[in-house]
Design a protein around this ligand. Structure first.
Ligand code: BEZ
Length: 260
């Protein structure tokens, strides 16, 4: 079986993809962490947002599935607790007042268990504040990537289903079925400026979509990345800056128990 597990590279992430946590800072305002609260950062990456939340909360714990990212987080913020854990399979002895998650849940294909875990690890009336890719996210990049693979005969790679990008209706329905009350939900366009002016789209593919190239001949990989970047120039190169066509889902919901 082909191993399509994404291998996270903390240096590349911090150097060229810091927008991931920079955008997350506005989400912390919605979280509104308080000095008496215990908060979970679900999919904490290298811990930058966990550390910001921790400035206001009583206790903050960060979890992430990537061993490399958790090692990086621990080295940067040794005063904070970080653990390697799967977003769809986690359990703590003590529950949380809020769960925060930025740019993670689109990686979690087992979304029902992720929602169940969030519910079970929250106190009554506890809050979730989530942002992740919604329906149509990065479709300009990924459609061209799939086409370029298919044209060269890589049918399996072109059909790879790496992410979960739900519609707002679908995701809110899932939350409600699990017992959450949705306070606010948005599905908005957020074109995201990429760091490198030369190779912005190619770098994005290398960081986040490298799994599409498992089993692809070396000589085709660079060729495909160049082709995709060239073909989406009209849509994604604006005033000499590259943008990824992000569409975000942003949700605030609370855990309700014993609703009649
Ligand atoms: C996102 O943040 O929307 C995203 C990141 C990597 C891959 C796919 C989507």
């Amino acid at each position: 079986m082909i191993d399509t597990t994404t291998k996270w590279k903390p240096e590349l992430y911090n150097e060229k993809h810091s927008f991931v946590y920079q955008y997350g800072e506005s989400l912390i305002k919605l979280l509104d962490p308080k000095g008496n609260q215990r908060i979970l950062d679900l999919g904490c990456g290298s811990g930058q947002l966990t550390s910001k939340i921790n400035e206001f909360a009583k206790e903050t714990i960060g979890i992430d599935k990537s061993v490399e990212m958790i090692a990086d987080a621990k080295s940067k913020f040794p005063e904070i607790e970080f653990q390697v854990m799967d977003a769809s399979n986690f359990l703590f002895n003590e529950k949380f007042d809020s769960i925060f998650s930025n740019a993670t849940l689109h990686w979690v294909k087992d979304f029902r268990n992720a929602i169940k875990c969030m519910y079970e690890n929250l106190n009554s009336n506890g809050k979730i504040v989530l942002e992740f890719g919604g329906k149509g996210n990065v479709q300009t990049i990924v459609n061209e990537l799939r086409n370029a693979l298919r044209l060269r005969g890589y049918e399996n790679q072109s059909n790879l289903d790496l992410w979960y990008f739900p519609s707002i209706g679908d995701y809110c329905t899932e939350l409600e079925s699990a017992g959450f009350r949705v306070l606010s939900a948005e599905h908005y366009d957020r074109p995201t400026e990429l760091a490198d002016e030369e190779s912005g789209i190619k770098d994005w593919i290398s960081m986040f979509a490298e799994s599409f190239f498992v089993g692809v001949l070396e000589k085709h990989i660079e060729e495909i990345k160049n082709e995709v970047q060239e073909l989406i120039k009209d849509k994604c190169l604006i005033n000499n800056k590259w943008y990824a066509d992000y569409k975000r889902i942003r949700i605030v919901a609370v855990k309700e128990e014993n609703v009649c």
